[in-house]
Design a protein around this ligand. Structure first.
Ligand code: VAH
Length: 310
């Protein structure tokens, strides 16, 4: 059985049904804080910070791979650093310890470009200096270091990849610094205008959800001998500025009106790299994104217009 924590979140709510519907995977148990989650056939409530609860789930089910997605994102983490510490650090430690004690075969955890910071050089590779300035980024550095520790000390198989901003249309974004790149699509369709909370020249790396799903599955299935950076792979689908995103949307919605009013999240975005070197992922486990800015724009707008009509 595969276990997904954070199954109701932005990535979990797409990864879980995807894994469940593809026969070459085992059955999947989705878990999250919600009492129930009717969208999933197999779902249990799970608080990853509750050791008894985590141990009970792992002891009652034969879990082979855990996709540990439960976390608070960067902006929320700056409003509630203590909660972000508890979920992102204590929760991770609880899951790794329970996985170790119940012989789970593999644990896959998303890291993030938030691992980097203002001292990171342009176009960083896996080994570039990291200096996270957010509790969320600190928790991702903690994951990468603790995951390598568990691999070396306990011969476990913990893997991770540094996700850039994730763009998707199935769930509304919550608490990310890159949420503007998702909210803008909803507003362009619903109201025809959007005020970005970053400057128009803010450039960040992004990845579209179908490429995220492919990457998480590819790294989960990769031969461990080929993984030179098991917990730390950079990946990127495309890199663009808020201005370029507006222009790409106007290709589909000509009257779309945008303005830019940076808030506290600009400070976080300014510490992240504009683009990353993901050649190691291409080489080690055949990372090969399908969606550039134009492709993700047309797919997002088509899917949201379809949802709006439905
Ligand atoms: C966030 N979407 O904004 C997440 C991600 C790189 C961004 O970590 O916090």
């Amino acid at each position: 059985l595969h276990l997904v924590t954070g199954a109701a979140g932005q990535i979990g709510s797409e990864l879980t049904p995807y894994l469940d519907s593809h026969s070459d995977f085992e059955f999947v148990l989705g878990t999250d804080l919600k009492e129930s989650f009717p969208a999933l056939d197999r779902y249990e409530q799970l608080d990853v910070t509750d050791r008894t609860n985590v141990n009970s789930v792992l002891e009652r089910h034969e879990i082979d791979i855990i996709f540990h997605l439960a976390a608070l994102l960067s902006a929320t983490g700056e409003h509630r650093p203590q909660s972000a510490y508890n979920v992102n650090l204590n929760g991770l430690y609880t899951v790794l310890e329970a996985a170790r004690q119940t012989d789970v075969e593999r644990v896959v955890v998303p890291s993030s470009i938030a691992f980097f910071g203002q001292h990171t050089p342009p176009i960083p590779s896996e080994r570039a200096i990291y200096s996270p300035t957010t509790m969320y980024g600190v928790s991702k550095a903690f994951f990468e270091l603790l995951g390598e520790y568990y691999n070396n000390r306990y011969d476990m198989d913990v893997r991770g990849l540094r996700l850039p901003g994730v763009i998707s249309h199935k769930t509304k974004p919550e608490g990310g610094t890159t949420d503007y790149a998702v909210e803008v699509f909803y507003e362009a369709i619903e109201s025809g205008s959007y005020t970005y909370f970053v400057r128009e020249d803010t450039r960040l790396p992004f990845v579209y959800m179908p490429d995220v799903i492919d990457a998480l599955i590819a790294i989960a299935q990769a031969d461990s001998d080929s993984l030179n950076h098991p917990c730390s792979y950079n990946i990127e689908g495309c890199s663009f500025t808020a201005r370029e995103l507006t222009a790409a949307i106007r290709d589909h919605i000509p009257h779309f009106d945008a303005d830019y009013d940076p808030d506290s999240r600009q400070k976080i975005a300014d510490t992240w790299p504009e683009t990353v070197d993901d050649s190691a992922a291409h080489h080690d486990w055949s990372w090969n994104p399908k969606y550039g800015l134009e492709e993700l724009c047309s797919d997002m707008i088509m899917e949201l217009e379809r949802q709006q009509i439905a």
